[in-house]
Structures are given as structure tokens and as C-alpha cells.
Write a protein that binds this ligand. Sequence first.
Ligand SMILES: *Cc1c(COP(=O)(O)O)cnc(C)c1O
Length: 372
Amino acid sequence: MLSLADPVLGELEKKALIEVIDSGWLTMGERVRAFESAFAAMHGVDDAVAVSSCTAGLHLALTALGIGPGDEVLVPSMTFVATVNAVLYTGATPVFVDIESLTTPHISLEQASLLCSERTKSVIVMHYGGYPVDMSAWKQFSDERGLLLIEDAAHAPGAPGVGLLSDASAYSFFSNKNMTTGEGGMVIVRNKAVHERIRAMRTHGMTTTTLDRHKGHAYSYDVTMLGFNYRMDEARAAMGLVQLERLSIWNQRRIELSARYRKLLGQACPKACVPFSANQDNVGHLMPIVLPEKTDRQRVMDVLREAGIQSSIHYPPVHWFSYYQSRFPDSRLPMTEQFSERELSVPLHPSMQDADVDRVVEVFSSALSDYV
Ligand SMILES: *Cc1c(COP(=O)(O)O)cnc(C)c1O
């Protein structure tokens, strides 16, 4: 089976995990700190905060930036549900914004400006598929309206320009992302005070860590805010460190494979559309295809599966989930809905060979000619 995503795991990860066991220290320690520094350096920033997931990172960022009940946060619906759940955790109200177009399934700047109100406090952008949104345009948009700009960068670790212009960006190391620690995440925040607040807030707002006390640097602690247990442990950080070293190489391979897909699909299925463009910066997290109108997508997915090729949909729109429909029944996002009904993601991960891409395109194009 050619899977949609596949983590690259091997001897380096095994060795890193054994070292953690042998060290006898399992939670937030020197490896977590080293992982934060290395991740920050790769993104051209001073520091970062390791957390238990991207979802936790988004929740911390929103909370530490002061977003809460009564505030509105502009969000895409064409995203994983975590982006919007994080807003609800704070008591703020998500306001769904449509995507730009079928070829640019990013949150639309134009629609966002129409949905701004007195209560709008923040906007979360999501770098769909590893293709960064136009951050300078969003920075200008946010500055003009006094909004906090947050990036859900789960798809885009190591992508050019990501994490540099926003108030906070959150990354995911879930097992199907560009690098993994099993579960895990990272937050980058430019403001020093907010950064420190997030650092404390991930561990119950405590003023010292268990490691400080173990080393005799502190004997007790105070709790200065309502925090959470969103800590990362040493085993995950150790894996993260060895994964991070290869992230650029993997991202490069993802870009090559995406380019091959784009070229072959353009030749074999000119009626299908690959979002974004060949020369757009990206780190190839997903390989999305927009099917021709009226394609029987389920049949295409069945044919792929019979040929041993996994496929999926990114994403069912958040505003269509029954929980969200019950809370926000009036959301209408025509472009998002159309994109979601026609999108199909095919396998993309760095261990794929060029021949795998060729085979997927071959099976896909013959399925398409049968079921359009
Ligand atoms: C995976 C993902 C998340 C959640 O990441 P976790 O680390 O699993 O919490 C959030 N947003 C997007 C867009 C994602 O793809």
C-alpha cells in the first residue's frame, strides 16, 4: 500500500530514544531546550516553546495574547478542526472566512475584510498543504485593523517566511506531518513577554521546573497564572532533534515530487487542477488535486485503493461538522464547500520514488477518464 503520508523513522530515532532512557530524565529537560533552540534557529528567530501538540500551541498562543470571551477570531473553514477548536477553548467566537479560490484554497483576504467587526481581535491563517499564505499582505491587513496575526503552521515547518511576521505561529509534529515526534508541537512568538507567558502557561504557570528543583536551583515554586499541562517530554524532543536535522532535505524531496505530480497531471489530466502554481514557495505537505466538476470522487478513490494507493480529502469543511453546524448554523462558504467536494489528496512523502508518482498519475488518470 502506498500511503498518503509516511514518517521516516530508523536507527537515528532508535538511538535518540535509547539515550533518553539511559539518561534517566524523562520530561522537560536539556533535550527539550535543545530542540527549541534548533527549531528557532532553523526559522531565523531567537527562541521557540515546545509543547504537547499544535492544538495546545494554538490554545496557548490565543490565551497568552489575551483572546477570550467576547472576542471574534477570523478563521478558515478549509482546515483541520484543531484550528477552530483552539478558538472555542478560549471562549472567543470563531468567524468562518471563505477561501480565495479553487486554485488558492487559502483564507481570503477580501472576505476577511468584509467580516471584520468591532469585536474582531485576531485572524488565524493556515498554510494549506505547505504553501504559505502571503504573509506580508496579512501583516498589513492585521496592522491596519489592529488585529493579532496567528499562523497555524502545522503544514509548513521550515517554509520560507513562515513564523517571521505574525504574533504567534504554531507547528505540529503529529505522525503525518513533515517531521514527527509522534505527538508534539512548537510555538514561535516574537514578543518576549508573550513568549515567557507561553513558556510558563504550558506548565501550569509555575515559576520553576522539576529540573530546576532536581538540580537544587530552586526549592519551591509559585503559580502566577492559570496554566495547563502542555509540556513536551525528553523522548519526543530527542526524536524531534534528529528529525529536524533532515527536515530541509525531506522538504526538498517533497517539492521535487510535487513538481513531478504537477507536470504529469498537467499532461495526463488537463481537466483536473493542481492548486497553487509551479513557482510558488512550498514545503509539499499535501498533494491536493481539484477534480473536474461532476467526477464521482468515491469511485476514483475506490480505484486508487484497489491499486494499493491511499487517498483522502483535505478537508471536510469545519463548518459542516455537526457540532459546528449546531453552534454556527448560518455559515455559508460557497468556495470552501465546492473545493471540499472536489478535492482529493494523493500520496506524498519523502520516501516515495519518482516511479511511485508515475504510477499514481497513471491509475488516477485512467480512473478519471472512467468516472467523469
Ligand atoms: C495536524 C494539524 C493540526 C493539529 O496538530 P496536532 O499537533 O495534532 O495538535 C492543526 N492544524 C492543522 C492545519 C493540522 O494539519
